[in-house]
Design a protein around this ligand. Structure first.
Ligand SMILES: [Zn+2]
Length: 357
């Protein structure tokens, strides 16, 4: 077994691992071609980035040698798409490819402090809410102790999505279908998606639904009322602005929590007492720049996917771009118009999977 790698990260016993050296003047695909002269039983073609390498890998596979290769894609189906886009014909790919395995890592629940979820707790925990939306039973939740540095998780476990090119999948793929159609056929033939495998891991108490949701974003668009979606956090140092925003959100049916400073907003978010559905953030707070708070929010695993709309008096497009780049989901220029706030809130929530009824 021969493996061609750009950087050898892990020595594997029994495998001849060769580091690709560009200083020889040979391209990656030429080096790979050279290795085939040694007649390996198994060849790991490294990362397939170009048509040349992809062609050699496919040709080797067709001649009956077990060939492995990697590519950076978001899921198993798009692994095939990547090779198609490089220029490999669908029929040729269907003929030579056995399976695509897509891998992600999820955090493993700390076995010292994980806690059985109480489905009847009031208010329901985020884990219970997610389980309800997905129609599954919650198992264990993250707590946090000394051995996991207070995070509730310790170590990581792989989450694998396997697309096997079974006979029905092969013949369907040869007709060059869309990714969505291919996924449908593969699932009918037994494929399990990241979400399904992940929810299984959660039901075994190895991780949480919240973690699976963070890593694969599984929660489909679902209808909620403003009061069940969770409160909105309004962060603004001007009382007048807070009153105006509260009025709009009240009118929509939301519960509103206010913070006058960045520090108190940060505290409210860290405490996790409220399961906020959205944050409205003034970009110019008295104690800190809204952009810095936004970066903090995006850094924290707990709040990294929380929708945030930033309000700013600036009409400078650069300010808007900087805020969006710092992680804002939307931007509203002040002075605000009530109807615009309402429409933006609805649109941002929809993008995060919540359709307000
Ligand atoms: Zn722990």
């Amino acid at each position: 077994m021969i493996s061609l790698e750009t950087r050898i990260e892990l020595r594997v016993p029994g495998v001849v691992q060769i580091r690709y050296d560009s200083s020889t003047g040979k391209s990656f695909s030429e080096t790979l071609q050279g290795l085939l002269d040694r007649s390996p039983d198994v060849i790991h073609a490294g990362e397939i980035r170009d048509l040349g390498t992809a062609r050699i890998a496919i040709r080797t596979a067709v001649t009956g040698r077990k060939t492995l290769g990697t590519a950076h894609t978001s899921d198993a189906v798009s692994g095939l798409r990547r090779l198609r886009d490089m220029g490999i014909e669908a029929g040729r790919l269907a003929e030579s490819c056995h399976a695509v395995i897509s891998l992600r890592l999820v955090r493993k629940l700390c076995q010292d402090c994980r806690k059985k979820v109480d489905p009847a707790a009031d208010p329901p925990s985020r884990e219970v809410k997610l389980a309800q939306r997905l129609g599954v039973k919650p198992a264990f939740g993250a707590v946090g102790c000394k051995s996991c540095a207070g995070t509730g998780y310790k170590g990581q476990i792989p989450l694998a999505e396997v697309l096997e090119l079974t006979h029905p999948v092969k013949s369907f793929f040869a007709s060059d279908p869309s990714d969505a159609d291919l996924l449908k056929v593969a699932r009918k033939d037994g494929m399990r998606t990241f979400a399904e495998v992940g929810l299984d891991l959660a039901s075994q108490g190895l991780t949480t639904i919240e973690e699976i949701e963070r890593v694969v974003g599984i929660v489909p668009l679902h209808s909620e009322t403003a009061s069940s979606a969770g409160p909105v956090l309004v962060v603004d140092d001007e009382e007048q602005d807070r009153t105006l925003l509260r009025g709009v959100l009240d009118g929509m049916g939301f519960q509103v929590v206010e913070a006058e400073t960045g520090a108190s907003a940060k505290r409210l978010l860290d405490e996790r007492v409220h399961d906020f559905s959205l944050v409205l953030l003034d970009s110019d707070l008295s104690d800190m720049n809204g952009r810095d708070l936004l970066r903090e929010v995006r850094k924290s695993l707990v709040t990294q996917s929380l929708p945030v709309i930033v309000l700013s008096v600036s009409s400078d497009p650069r300010e808007e771009i900087e805020l969006l780049e710092a992680g804002a989901d939307d931007y509203i220029q002040q002075p605000v118009v009530a109807e615009r706030v309402e429409a933006r809130v609805r649109a941002v929530l929809r993008r995060s999977g919540v359709e307000l009824s």
